[in-house]
Design a protein around this ligand. Sequence first.
Ligand code: HEC
Ligand code: HEC
Ligand code: HEC
Ligand code: HEC
Ligand code: HEC
Length: 383
Amino acid sequence: MLQIALVCSAFLLVCSLASLVKGGADYWSLPIPAQGPPPAETIELVADLSAPACGICHVQQFADWQESWHARSVSPGLLGQLDQLDGGTVLSCLACHAPREEAAARWWTEGLKGGAGLAPVDCTACHVRAHIRYGPRARSFTPHGPVIAESRFRKSDFCAPCHQFSEKAPRFNGKPLQDTYAEWRRSRYAKLDISCQACHMPGGRHRMSGIHDPELTRRALGLSARRTAAGLEVHLGNQGAGHALPTYVTPRLVVTLAGITPEGMVEPLLNHVIARQMEWSEETGWRELADTRLLPDQWQTLTLALPAERRARVKVQVDPGYDYHQRVYPALLHRWAGVLEPAARDLLEQARLEGVAASYTLIELECGVWSGQEQECVSVQGF
Ligand code: HEC
Ligand code: HEC
Ligand code: HEC
Ligand code: HEC
Ligand code: HEC
Protein backbone atom coordinates (compact mmCIF):
# COMPACT_ATOMS: atom_id res chain seq x y z
CA MET A 1 0.00 0.00 0.00
CA LEU A 2 2.84 2.33 0.92
CA GLN A 3 4.48 1.51 -2.39
CA ILE A 4 1.31 2.43 -4.27
CA ALA A 5 0.88 5.65 -2.33
CA LEU A 6 4.44 6.67 -3.13
CA VAL A 7 4.08 5.80 -6.76
CA CYS A 8 0.85 7.64 -7.22
CA SER A 9 2.17 10.70 -5.54
CA ALA A 10 5.27 10.94 -7.61
CA PHE A 11 3.59 11.04 -10.98
CA LEU A 12 1.60 13.42 -12.92
CA LEU A 13 -1.08 10.80 -12.74
CA VAL A 14 -3.12 9.85 -9.81
CA CYS A 15 -4.08 6.76 -7.87
CA SER A 16 -7.22 5.21 -9.32
CA LEU A 17 -5.40 4.93 -12.62
CA ALA A 18 -7.66 2.41 -14.19
CA SER A 19 -10.33 5.11 -14.18
CA LEU A 20 -8.19 7.42 -16.31
CA VAL A 21 -8.89 5.57 -19.49
CA LYS A 22 -12.11 6.68 -21.05
CA GLY A 23 -13.03 3.38 -22.64
CA GLY A 24 -14.93 4.42 -25.75
CA ALA A 25 -17.41 1.59 -26.30
CA ASP A 26 -16.74 -1.06 -28.97
CA TYR A 27 -14.09 0.29 -31.37
CA TRP A 28 -12.03 1.89 -28.62
CA SER A 29 -11.90 -0.58 -25.78
CA LEU A 30 -8.45 -0.07 -24.29
CA PRO A 31 -6.23 -2.05 -24.32
CA ILE A 32 -7.10 -3.13 -27.85
CA PRO A 33 -7.73 -6.90 -27.83
CA ALA A 34 -5.00 -9.00 -29.47
CA GLN A 35 -5.63 -9.36 -33.22
CA GLY A 36 -5.22 -13.16 -33.19
CA PRO A 37 -4.00 -15.16 -36.18
CA PRO A 38 -4.80 -13.74 -39.65
CA PRO A 39 -7.75 -15.29 -41.56
CA ALA A 40 -6.71 -18.18 -43.85
CA GLU A 41 -7.12 -16.22 -47.13
CA THR A 42 -4.73 -13.42 -46.00
CA ILE A 43 -1.86 -12.81 -48.42
CA GLU A 44 1.55 -12.74 -46.82
CA LEU A 45 2.27 -9.08 -47.57
CA VAL A 46 -0.58 -7.92 -45.36
CA ALA A 47 -0.35 -10.48 -42.53
CA ASP A 48 2.30 -8.38 -40.75
CA LEU A 49 0.53 -5.64 -38.79
CA SER A 50 3.60 -3.58 -37.87
CA ALA A 51 3.84 0.02 -39.05
CA PRO A 52 6.80 -0.59 -41.41
CA ALA A 53 4.78 -3.38 -43.06
CA CYS A 54 1.82 -1.03 -43.70
CA GLY A 55 4.40 1.47 -44.94
CA ILE A 56 5.42 -0.77 -47.83
CA CYS A 57 2.21 0.33 -49.57
CA HIS A 58 1.07 3.37 -47.58
CA VAL A 59 4.30 5.28 -48.06
CA GLN A 60 3.11 8.80 -47.24
CA GLN A 61 1.19 7.82 -44.10
CA PHE A 62 4.16 5.86 -42.81
CA ALA A 63 6.63 8.69 -43.48
CA ASP A 64 4.39 11.18 -41.66
CA TRP A 65 3.64 8.86 -38.76
CA GLN A 66 7.30 8.07 -38.20
CA GLU A 67 7.89 11.77 -37.55
CA SER A 68 4.95 12.00 -35.16
CA TRP A 69 4.83 11.73 -31.38
CA HIS A 70 2.56 8.72 -31.76
CA ALA A 71 5.51 6.78 -33.17
CA ARG A 72 7.46 7.74 -30.03
CA SER A 73 4.75 7.03 -27.45
CA VAL A 74 6.90 4.26 -25.92
CA SER A 75 9.41 6.87 -24.85
CA PRO A 76 12.36 6.81 -22.43
CA GLY A 77 10.25 8.87 -20.02
CA LEU A 78 7.56 6.20 -20.00
CA LEU A 79 9.79 3.13 -19.92
CA GLY A 80 12.02 4.51 -17.19
CA GLN A 81 9.03 4.64 -14.84
CA LEU A 82 7.30 1.34 -15.54
CA ASP A 83 9.70 -0.82 -13.56
CA GLN A 84 8.78 0.86 -10.29
CA LEU A 85 5.02 0.88 -10.81
CA ASP A 86 2.50 -1.71 -9.64
CA GLY A 87 0.84 -3.94 -12.24
CA GLY A 88 -2.47 -2.10 -12.42
CA THR A 89 -0.75 1.21 -12.97
CA VAL A 90 1.49 -0.20 -15.69
CA LEU A 91 -1.56 -1.59 -17.47
CA SER A 92 -3.21 1.82 -17.43
CA CYS A 93 -0.10 3.57 -18.79
CA LEU A 94 0.27 1.01 -21.57
CA ALA A 95 -3.44 1.32 -22.46
CA CYS A 96 -2.70 4.72 -24.04
CA HIS A 97 1.04 4.57 -24.78
CA ALA A 98 1.28 1.01 -26.17
CA PRO A 99 -2.42 0.29 -26.58
CA ARG A 100 -2.34 -3.11 -28.29
CA GLU A 101 -2.71 -6.03 -25.90
CA GLU A 102 0.19 -7.79 -27.62
CA ALA A 103 2.42 -4.92 -26.53
CA ALA A 104 1.41 -5.24 -22.91
CA ALA A 105 2.02 -9.00 -23.02
CA ARG A 106 5.57 -8.38 -24.12
CA TRP A 107 6.20 -6.07 -21.19
CA TRP A 108 5.16 -8.78 -18.70
CA THR A 109 7.48 -11.39 -20.23
CA GLU A 110 10.50 -9.26 -21.17
CA GLY A 111 10.26 -6.19 -18.95
CA LEU A 112 12.63 -3.33 -19.63
CA LYS A 113 14.70 -5.44 -22.05
CA GLY A 114 11.73 -5.79 -24.42
CA GLY A 115 10.60 -2.23 -23.80
CA ALA A 116 12.01 -0.64 -26.91
CA GLY A 117 10.19 -3.27 -29.00
CA LEU A 118 6.71 -2.48 -27.64
CA ALA A 119 4.36 -1.30 -30.39
CA PRO A 120 3.55 2.42 -29.86
CA VAL A 121 0.35 4.15 -31.04
CA ASP A 122 0.72 2.67 -34.51
CA CYS A 123 -1.33 2.15 -37.68
CA THR A 124 -2.89 -1.01 -36.30
CA ALA A 125 -3.90 0.64 -33.00
CA CYS A 126 -5.99 3.16 -34.93
CA HIS A 127 -7.01 1.17 -38.03
CA VAL A 128 -7.13 -2.60 -37.44
CA ARG A 129 -9.41 -4.81 -35.35
CA ALA A 130 -9.14 -8.62 -35.70
CA HIS A 131 -7.13 -8.12 -38.93
CA ILE A 132 -9.93 -6.06 -40.53
CA ARG A 133 -9.01 -2.53 -41.67
CA TYR A 134 -11.20 0.42 -40.73
CA GLY A 135 -10.93 3.90 -42.17
CA PRO A 136 -12.81 7.11 -42.94
CA ARG A 137 -14.52 5.52 -45.96
CA ALA A 138 -15.37 2.06 -47.31
CA ARG A 139 -13.16 0.36 -49.92
CA SER A 140 -14.31 -2.85 -51.52
CA PHE A 141 -11.09 -4.19 -52.99
CA THR A 142 -7.69 -3.92 -51.37
CA PRO A 143 -4.89 -6.43 -50.81
CA HIS A 144 -6.23 -6.73 -47.25
CA GLY A 145 -9.87 -7.19 -48.23
CA PRO A 146 -12.69 -4.67 -47.79
CA VAL A 147 -12.01 -1.61 -45.63
CA ILE A 148 -14.91 -0.81 -43.34
CA ALA A 149 -16.07 2.81 -42.98
CA GLU A 150 -16.17 4.09 -39.42
CA SER A 151 -17.61 7.61 -39.17
CA ARG A 152 -15.62 8.40 -36.03
CA PHE A 153 -12.40 8.69 -38.08
CA ARG A 154 -13.47 12.20 -39.05
CA LYS A 155 -14.68 13.17 -35.58
CA SER A 156 -12.97 14.36 -32.41
CA ASP A 157 -14.48 11.36 -30.57
CA PHE A 158 -11.83 9.28 -32.30
CA CYS A 159 -9.01 10.98 -30.39
CA ALA A 160 -10.82 11.25 -27.04
CA PRO A 161 -10.07 7.79 -25.57
CA CYS A 162 -6.39 8.77 -25.14
CA HIS A 163 -6.61 12.56 -25.02
CA GLN A 164 -9.26 12.87 -22.29
CA PHE A 165 -9.20 11.40 -18.79
CA SER A 166 -12.53 9.87 -17.80
CA GLU A 167 -15.25 11.49 -15.71
CA LYS A 168 -14.13 9.29 -12.83
CA ALA A 169 -10.55 10.58 -12.81
CA PRO A 170 -9.71 12.90 -9.89
CA ARG A 171 -10.28 16.62 -10.50
CA PHE A 172 -8.24 19.57 -9.34
CA ASN A 173 -10.02 22.89 -9.33
CA GLY A 174 -12.81 21.12 -11.21
CA LYS A 175 -10.59 19.73 -14.01
CA PRO A 176 -8.92 16.36 -14.55
CA LEU A 177 -5.19 16.48 -15.38
CA GLN A 178 -5.94 15.88 -19.04
CA ASP A 179 -9.07 17.53 -20.41
CA THR A 180 -8.41 18.17 -24.11
CA TYR A 181 -11.61 16.76 -25.55
CA ALA A 182 -13.81 18.62 -23.00
CA GLU A 183 -11.95 21.87 -23.69
CA TRP A 184 -12.64 21.38 -27.39
CA ARG A 185 -16.34 20.54 -26.73
CA ARG A 186 -16.84 23.86 -24.95
CA SER A 187 -15.12 25.86 -27.71
CA ARG A 188 -16.57 27.43 -30.82
CA TYR A 189 -14.67 24.84 -32.86
CA ALA A 190 -17.05 22.09 -31.65
CA LYS A 191 -20.04 24.19 -32.65
CA LEU A 192 -18.53 24.79 -36.08
CA ASP A 193 -17.72 21.09 -36.43
CA ILE A 194 -13.97 21.76 -36.66
CA SER A 195 -12.52 18.48 -35.38
CA CYS A 196 -9.11 17.58 -33.96
CA GLN A 197 -8.36 16.07 -37.38
CA ALA A 198 -9.18 19.34 -39.21
CA CYS A 199 -6.27 21.03 -37.44
CA HIS A 200 -3.93 18.11 -36.71
CA MET A 201 -4.43 16.05 -39.90
CA PRO A 202 -4.86 18.57 -42.74
CA GLY A 203 -5.32 16.69 -46.00
CA GLY A 204 -5.35 13.40 -44.08
CA ARG A 205 -1.67 13.82 -43.22
CA HIS A 206 -0.45 11.78 -40.23
CA ARG A 207 2.24 14.08 -38.83
CA MET A 208 -0.14 15.21 -36.07
CA SER A 209 2.21 17.80 -34.71
CA GLY A 210 1.50 19.82 -31.57
CA ILE A 211 3.34 22.07 -29.16
CA HIS A 212 6.76 20.69 -30.18
CA ASP A 213 6.25 22.23 -33.62
CA PRO A 214 7.05 25.98 -33.70
CA GLU A 215 5.09 26.50 -36.90
CA LEU A 216 1.85 25.08 -35.52
CA THR A 217 2.28 26.78 -32.17
CA ARG A 218 2.80 30.12 -33.92
CA ARG A 219 -0.64 29.71 -35.44
CA ALA A 220 -2.09 29.15 -31.97
CA LEU A 221 -0.65 32.21 -30.26
CA GLY A 222 -1.83 35.63 -31.31
CA LEU A 223 0.65 38.32 -30.22
CA SER A 224 1.08 42.01 -30.83
CA ALA A 225 2.95 44.67 -28.89
CA ARG A 226 2.97 48.46 -28.99
CA ARG A 227 5.34 51.10 -27.66
CA THR A 228 3.13 53.59 -25.82
CA ALA A 229 3.97 56.76 -23.89
CA ALA A 230 3.83 54.74 -20.67
CA GLY A 231 5.91 51.81 -21.89
CA LEU A 232 4.75 48.55 -23.46
CA GLU A 233 1.31 47.14 -24.15
CA VAL A 234 1.23 43.51 -25.20
CA HIS A 235 -1.85 41.62 -26.40
CA LEU A 236 -1.77 37.87 -26.46
CA GLY A 237 -4.41 35.29 -27.09
CA ASN A 238 -5.31 31.80 -28.17
CA GLN A 239 -6.36 32.39 -31.76
CA GLY A 240 -5.72 28.97 -33.27
CA ALA A 241 -5.82 26.07 -30.80
CA GLY A 242 -9.14 24.27 -30.37
CA HIS A 243 -8.44 23.72 -26.67
CA ALA A 244 -6.47 25.47 -23.94
CA LEU A 245 -3.06 26.74 -25.04
CA PRO A 246 -1.32 24.57 -23.97
CA THR A 247 -3.80 21.78 -23.27
CA TYR A 248 -1.66 19.51 -21.07
CA VAL A 249 -0.08 20.14 -17.67
CA THR A 250 3.44 19.53 -19.02
CA PRO A 251 4.26 22.44 -21.37
CA ARG A 252 4.76 26.03 -20.44
CA LEU A 253 5.13 29.25 -22.40
CA VAL A 254 6.93 32.25 -20.92
CA VAL A 255 6.34 35.75 -22.25
CA THR A 256 9.23 38.00 -21.26
CA LEU A 257 9.00 41.80 -21.45
CA ALA A 258 12.47 43.26 -21.28
CA GLY A 259 13.97 46.71 -21.38
CA ILE A 260 17.15 47.40 -23.33
CA THR A 261 19.73 49.44 -21.43
CA PRO A 262 21.61 52.26 -23.20
CA GLU A 263 24.57 49.83 -23.37
CA GLY A 264 22.40 47.33 -25.26
CA MET A 265 21.91 44.87 -22.41
CA VAL A 266 18.59 43.03 -22.41
CA GLU A 267 17.07 43.36 -18.95
CA PRO A 268 14.06 41.08 -18.28
CA LEU A 269 11.50 43.04 -16.27
CA LEU A 270 8.36 40.90 -16.44
CA ASN A 271 7.95 37.14 -16.94
CA HIS A 272 4.43 35.94 -17.62
CA VAL A 273 3.95 32.16 -17.45
CA ILE A 274 1.23 30.46 -19.51
CA ALA A 275 0.70 27.01 -18.00
CA ARG A 276 -1.35 24.91 -15.67
CA GLN A 277 0.96 24.59 -12.68
CA MET A 278 0.46 21.59 -10.42
CA GLU A 279 2.14 20.68 -7.18
CA TRP A 280 2.27 17.56 -5.07
CA SER A 281 3.24 17.20 -1.45
CA GLU A 282 2.93 14.46 1.17
CA GLU A 283 0.64 16.62 3.32
CA THR A 284 -1.73 18.10 0.79
CA GLY A 285 -1.59 15.64 -2.12
CA TRP A 286 -2.16 17.24 -5.51
CA ARG A 287 -2.92 20.91 -5.81
CA GLU A 288 -3.36 23.28 -8.69
CA LEU A 289 -1.21 26.32 -8.00
CA ALA A 290 -2.33 28.36 -10.97
CA ASP A 291 -3.99 27.95 -14.33
CA THR A 292 -2.90 30.75 -16.65
CA ARG A 293 -3.47 28.81 -19.89
CA LEU A 294 -5.35 30.62 -22.62
CA LEU A 295 -8.73 29.07 -23.44
CA PRO A 296 -9.80 29.14 -27.10
CA ASP A 297 -10.39 32.77 -28.18
CA GLN A 298 -9.29 34.12 -24.81
CA TRP A 299 -7.13 37.28 -24.96
CA GLN A 300 -5.24 39.25 -22.35
CA THR A 301 -3.13 42.38 -22.05
CA LEU A 302 0.21 42.80 -20.29
CA THR A 303 1.68 46.21 -19.62
CA LEU A 304 5.09 47.39 -18.58
CA ALA A 305 6.13 50.90 -17.54
CA LEU A 306 9.30 52.18 -19.25
CA PRO A 307 11.16 55.51 -19.43
CA ALA A 308 10.66 57.25 -22.78
CA GLU A 309 14.25 56.71 -23.95
CA ARG A 310 14.20 52.95 -23.31
CA ARG A 311 13.95 50.46 -26.12
CA ALA A 312 12.35 47.11 -25.31
CA ARG A 313 11.88 43.50 -26.34
CA VAL A 314 9.10 40.92 -26.14
CA LYS A 315 10.03 37.28 -26.31
CA VAL A 316 8.00 34.07 -26.11
CA GLN A 317 9.82 30.92 -25.06
CA VAL A 318 8.11 27.50 -25.37
CA ASP A 319 9.13 24.60 -23.18
CA PRO A 320 7.00 21.60 -24.29
CA GLY A 321 8.28 19.20 -21.60
CA TYR A 322 8.69 21.65 -18.73
CA ASP A 323 6.88 19.91 -15.88
CA TYR A 324 8.47 16.55 -16.65
CA HIS A 325 12.09 17.68 -16.92
CA GLN A 326 11.86 20.26 -14.15
CA ARG A 327 9.75 18.44 -11.58
CA VAL A 328 8.73 14.86 -12.36
CA TYR A 329 11.99 13.27 -13.58
CA PRO A 330 14.21 14.88 -10.95
CA ALA A 331 11.69 13.86 -8.23
CA LEU A 332 11.62 10.27 -9.48
CA LEU A 333 15.40 10.02 -9.80
CA HIS A 334 15.69 11.24 -6.23
CA ARG A 335 12.90 9.11 -4.76
CA TRP A 336 14.03 5.92 -6.46
CA ALA A 337 17.77 6.55 -6.16
CA GLY A 338 18.41 3.33 -4.22
CA VAL A 339 16.10 0.97 -6.11
CA LEU A 340 16.14 2.00 -9.76
CA GLU A 341 17.86 -0.35 -12.19
CA PRO A 342 20.75 1.39 -14.00
CA ALA A 343 18.96 0.95 -17.34
CA ALA A 344 15.81 2.66 -16.01
CA ARG A 345 17.85 5.44 -14.44
CA ASP A 346 19.59 6.08 -17.77
CA LEU A 347 16.22 6.25 -19.52
CA LEU A 348 14.86 8.82 -17.07
CA GLU A 349 18.04 10.84 -17.35
CA GLN A 350 17.81 10.68 -21.16
CA ALA A 351 14.16 11.79 -21.01
CA ARG A 352 15.10 14.70 -18.76
CA LEU A 353 17.81 15.90 -21.15
CA GLU A 354 15.59 15.47 -24.21
CA GLY A 355 12.93 17.52 -22.42
CA VAL A 356 15.36 20.34 -21.74
CA ALA A 357 16.56 20.29 -25.36
CA ALA A 358 13.02 20.61 -26.77
CA SER A 359 12.68 24.21 -25.59
CA TYR A 360 12.62 26.93 -28.29
CA THR A 361 12.06 30.63 -28.89
CA LEU A 362 8.71 31.10 -30.63
CA ILE A 363 8.69 34.83 -31.27
CA GLU A 364 10.82 37.86 -30.57
CA LEU A 365 9.66 41.45 -31.11
CA GLU A 366 11.68 44.64 -30.88
CA CYS A 367 10.18 47.92 -29.71
CA GLY A 368 11.70 51.39 -30.14
CA VAL A 369 11.95 54.36 -27.80
CA TRP A 370 8.88 56.59 -27.24
CA SER A 371 8.85 58.67 -30.40
CA GLY A 372 5.87 60.83 -29.61
CA GLN A 373 3.37 58.44 -31.16
CA GLU A 374 2.38 54.82 -30.59
CA GLN A 375 4.26 52.27 -32.65
CA GLU A 376 3.91 48.56 -33.28
CA CYS A 377 6.89 46.49 -32.23
CA VAL A 378 8.50 44.60 -35.11
CA SER A 379 9.38 40.97 -35.38
CA VAL A 380 13.02 39.92 -35.29
CA GLN A 381 12.19 36.24 -35.04
CA GLY A 382 9.05 34.22 -35.65
CA PHE A 383 6.31 36.02 -37.58
C1 HEC B 1 0.34 -4.77 -50.12
C2 HEC B 1 0.01 -3.36 -49.98
C3 HEC B 1 -0.72 -2.93 -48.73
C4 HEC B 1 -0.36 -3.15 -47.43
C5 HEC B 1 0.85 -3.91 -46.89
C6 HEC B 1 -1.34 -2.48 -46.62
N1 HEC B 1 -2.26 -1.85 -47.42
FE1 HEC B 1 -3.82 -0.73 -46.80
N2 HEC B 1 -4.45 -0.49 -48.73
C7 HEC B 1 -3.76 -0.93 -49.83
C8 HEC B 1 -4.49 -0.54 -51.03
C9 HEC B 1 -4.05 -0.82 -52.44
C10 HEC B 1 -5.64 0.14 -50.59
C11 HEC B 1 -6.78 0.71 -51.47
C12 HEC B 1 -6.96 2.17 -51.34
C13 HEC B 1 -5.87 3.01 -51.86
O1 HEC B 1 -5.68 3.05 -53.06
O2 HEC B 1 -5.21 3.68 -51.03
C14 HEC B 1 -5.58 0.15 -49.15
C15 HEC B 1 -6.50 0.79 -48.33
C16 HEC B 1 -6.35 0.99 -46.97
C17 HEC B 1 -7.18 1.84 -46.14
C18 HEC B 1 -8.36 2.67 -46.65
C19 HEC B 1 -7.79 3.89 -47.36
C20 HEC B 1 -8.79 4.89 -47.87
O3 HEC B 1 -8.38 5.62 -48.79
O4 HEC B 1 -9.90 4.96 -47.39
C21 HEC B 1 -6.70 1.78 -44.86
C22 HEC B 1 -7.25 2.51 -43.65
C23 HEC B 1 -5.56 0.89 -44.89
N3 HEC B 1 -5.38 0.45 -46.17
C24 HEC B 1 -4.81 0.59 -43.78
C25 HEC B 1 -3.72 -0.29 -43.79
C26 HEC B 1 -2.97 -0.65 -42.62
C27 HEC B 1 -3.24 -0.12 -41.22
C28 HEC B 1 -2.01 -1.52 -43.01
C29 HEC B 1 -1.00 -2.26 -42.13
C30 HEC B 1 -1.53 -2.99 -41.00
C31 HEC B 1 -2.14 -1.69 -44.45
N4 HEC B 1 -3.20 -0.94 -44.88
C32 HEC B 1 -1.32 -2.47 -45.22
C33 HEC B 1 -2.59 -1.64 -49.82
C34 HEC B 1 -1.93 -2.10 -48.71
C1 HEC C 1 -5.72 8.25 -21.04
C2 HEC C 1 -4.46 7.97 -21.73
C3 HEC C 1 -3.14 8.04 -20.98
C4 HEC C 1 -2.79 7.35 -19.85
C5 HEC C 1 -3.65 6.40 -19.01
C6 HEC C 1 -1.41 7.70 -19.60
N1 HEC C 1 -0.97 8.60 -20.53
FE1 HEC C 1 0.90 9.43 -20.59
N2 HEC C 1 0.27 10.67 -22.07
C7 HEC C 1 -0.93 10.56 -22.73
C8 HEC C 1 -1.01 11.60 -23.74
C9 HEC C 1 -2.16 11.81 -24.71
C10 HEC C 1 0.18 12.35 -23.63
C11 HEC C 1 0.54 13.58 -24.43
C12 HEC C 1 -0.26 14.70 -23.81
C13 HEC C 1 -0.24 16.00 -24.51
O1 HEC C 1 0.81 16.36 -25.05
O2 HEC C 1 -1.31 16.67 -24.47
C14 HEC C 1 0.97 11.71 -22.57
C15 HEC C 1 2.25 12.13 -22.18
C16 HEC C 1 3.08 11.39 -21.34
C17 HEC C 1 4.48 11.66 -21.13
C18 HEC C 1 5.26 12.82 -21.70
C19 HEC C 1 5.74 12.56 -23.06
C20 HEC C 1 6.74 11.45 -23.15
O3 HEC C 1 6.33 10.38 -23.63
O4 HEC C 1 7.90 11.63 -22.75
C21 HEC C 1 4.95 10.68 -20.28
C22 HEC C 1 6.37 10.49 -19.77
C23 HEC C 1 3.82 9.85 -19.94
N3 HEC C 1 2.71 10.32 -20.60
C24 HEC C 1 3.89 8.78 -19.06
C25 HEC C 1 2.78 8.09 -18.61
C26 HEC C 1 2.79 7.13 -17.50
C27 HEC C 1 4.02 6.71 -16.73
C28 HEC C 1 1.51 6.70 -17.36
C29 HEC C 1 0.96 5.74 -16.33
C30 HEC C 1 1.22 6.10 -14.95
C31 HEC C 1 0.69 7.39 -18.37
N4 HEC C 1 1.50 8.22 -19.10
C32 HEC C 1 -0.67 7.19 -18.52
C33 HEC C 1 -1.94 9.64 -22.50
C34 HEC C 1 -1.99 8.82 -21.40
C1 HEC D 1 -3.71 8.10 -33.90
C2 HEC D 1 -4.49 7.37 -34.87
C3 HEC D 1 -3.92 7.04 -36.22
C4 HEC D 1 -2.71 6.45 -36.49
C5 HEC D 1 -1.61 6.07 -35.51
C6 HEC D 1 -2.69 6.20 -37.91
N1 HEC D 1 -3.83 6.66 -38.49
FE1 HEC D 1 -4.33 6.53 -40.45
N2 HEC D 1 -5.96 7.72 -40.13
C7 HEC D 1 -6.38 8.15 -38.90
C8 HEC D 1 -7.51 9.03 -39.07
C9 HEC D 1 -8.26 9.74 -37.94
C10 HEC D 1 -7.76 9.10 -40.45
C11 HEC D 1 -8.84 9.93 -41.15
C12 HEC D 1 -8.28 11.29 -41.47
C13 HEC D 1 -9.27 12.19 -42.16
O1 HEC D 1 -9.80 11.76 -43.18
O2 HEC D 1 -9.47 13.29 -41.69
C14 HEC D 1 -6.78 8.23 -41.10
C15 HEC D 1 -6.70 7.99 -42.46
C16 HEC D 1 -5.89 7.01 -43.05
C17 HEC D 1 -5.96 6.55 -44.42
C18 HEC D 1 -6.96 6.98 -45.44
C19 HEC D 1 -6.39 7.87 -46.49
C20 HEC D 1 -6.10 9.20 -46.00
O3 HEC D 1 -4.90 9.56 -45.92
O4 HEC D 1 -7.05 9.95 -45.65
C21 HEC D 1 -4.96 5.60 -44.58
C22 HEC D 1 -4.61 4.82 -45.85
C23 HEC D 1 -4.28 5.49 -43.32
N3 HEC D 1 -4.87 6.36 -42.42
C24 HEC D 1 -3.22 4.66 -43.08
C25 HEC D 1 -2.42 4.69 -41.93
C26 HEC D 1 -1.15 4.04 -41.80
C27 HEC D 1 -0.49 3.20 -42.86
C28 HEC D 1 -0.70 4.33 -40.55
C29 HEC D 1 0.65 3.97 -39.93
C30 HEC D 1 1.85 4.31 -40.68
C31 HEC D 1 -1.71 5.14 -39.90
N4 HEC D 1 -2.73 5.36 -40.76
C32 HEC D 1 -1.64 5.59 -38.57
C33 HEC D 1 -5.84 7.82 -37.68
C34 HEC D 1 -4.60 7.19 -37.50
C1 HEC E 1 -8.57 24.88 -34.28
C2 HEC E 1 -7.44 23.96 -34.43
C3 HEC E 1 -7.28 22.85 -33.40
C4 HEC E 1 -8.23 21.94 -32.98
C5 HEC E 1 -9.70 21.85 -33.38
C6 HEC E 1 -7.54 21.05 -32.09
N1 HEC E 1 -6.23 21.42 -31.96
FE1 HEC E 1 -4.80 20.50 -30.81
N2 HEC E 1 -3.50 22.00 -31.21
C7 HEC E 1 -3.71 23.01 -32.11
C8 HEC E 1 -2.56 23.89 -32.10
C9 HEC E 1 -2.41 25.15 -32.96
C10 HEC E 1 -1.64 23.36 -31.16
C11 HEC E 1 -0.26 23.94 -30.75
C12 HEC E 1 -0.39 24.88 -29.58
C13 HEC E 1 -0.80 24.20 -28.30
O1 HEC E 1 -0.05 23.36 -27.79
O2 HEC E 1 -1.92 24.47 -27.80
C14 HEC E 1 -2.26 22.16 -30.63
C15 HEC E 1 -1.68 21.32 -29.69
C16 HEC E 1 -2.17 20.07 -29.32
C17 HEC E 1 -1.49 19.13 -28.48
C18 HEC E 1 -0.09 19.31 -27.90
C19 HEC E 1 0.01 19.33 -26.39
C20 HEC E 1 -0.39 20.57 -25.65
O3 HEC E 1 -0.25 20.56 -24.39
O4 HEC E 1 -0.86 21.59 -26.21
C21 HEC E 1 -2.32 18.03 -28.37
C22 HEC E 1 -2.05 16.75 -27.59
C23 HEC E 1 -3.52 18.31 -29.12
N3 HEC E 1 -3.40 19.57 -29.68
C24 HEC E 1 -4.59 17.44 -29.27
C25 HEC E 1 -5.82 17.80 -29.81
C26 HEC E 1 -7.03 17.00 -29.74
C27 HEC E 1 -7.11 15.63 -29.12
C28 HEC E 1 -8.03 17.72 -30.32
C29 HEC E 1 -9.50 17.39 -30.43
C30 HEC E 1 -10.21 17.10 -29.19
C31 HEC E 1 -7.45 18.96 -30.81
N4 HEC E 1 -6.12 18.98 -30.47
C32 HEC E 1 -8.14 19.96 -31.48
C33 HEC E 1 -4.83 23.22 -32.88
C34 HEC E 1 -6.04 22.52 -32.74
C1 HEC F 1 -4.37 5.04 -28.64
C2 HEC F 1 -4.16 6.32 -27.99
C3 HEC F 1 -4.16 7.58 -28.84
C4 HEC F 1 -5.07 7.98 -29.81
C5 HEC F 1 -6.31 7.24 -30.29
C6 HEC F 1 -4.65 9.28 -30.24
N1 HEC F 1 -3.52 9.67 -29.58
FE1 HEC F 1 -2.48 11.40 -29.82
N2 HEC F 1 -1.11 10.81 -28.45
C7 HEC F 1 -1.18 9.64 -27.72
C8 HEC F 1 -0.04 9.58 -26.81
C9 HEC F 1 0.25 8.45 -25.81
C10 HEC F 1 0.72 10.75 -27.02
C11 HEC F 1 2.01 11.16 -26.32
C12 HEC F 1 3.16 10.57 -27.04
C13 HEC F 1 4.44 10.85 -26.28
O1 HEC F 1 4.92 11.98 -26.36
O2 HEC F 1 4.90 9.95 -25.57
C14 HEC F 1 0.00 11.50 -28.07
C15 HEC F 1 0.44 12.72 -28.57
C16 HEC F 1 -0.30 13.51 -29.46
C17 HEC F 1 0.06 14.86 -29.85
C18 HEC F 1 1.21 15.63 -29.25
C19 HEC F 1 2.24 16.23 -30.11
C20 HEC F 1 3.17 17.12 -29.31
O3 HEC F 1 3.80 17.97 -29.93
O4 HEC F 1 3.28 17.00 -28.07
C21 HEC F 1 -0.92 15.29 -30.71
C22 HEC F 1 -1.02 16.64 -31.40
C23 HEC F 1 -1.87 14.21 -30.86
N3 HEC F 1 -1.45 13.15 -30.09
C24 HEC F 1 -3.02 14.28 -31.64
C25 HEC F 1 -3.94 13.25 -31.79
C26 HEC F 1 -5.11 13.33 -32.62
C27 HEC F 1 -5.49 14.52 -33.45
C28 HEC F 1 -5.76 12.13 -32.50
C29 HEC F 1 -7.02 11.68 -33.19
C30 HEC F 1 -6.99 11.72 -34.65
C31 HEC F 1 -5.00 11.30 -31.59
N4 HEC F 1 -3.90 12.02 -31.18
C32 HEC F 1 -5.33 10.03 -31.20
C33 HEC F 1 -2.15 8.67 -27.79
C34 HEC F 1 -3.20 8.65 -28.71
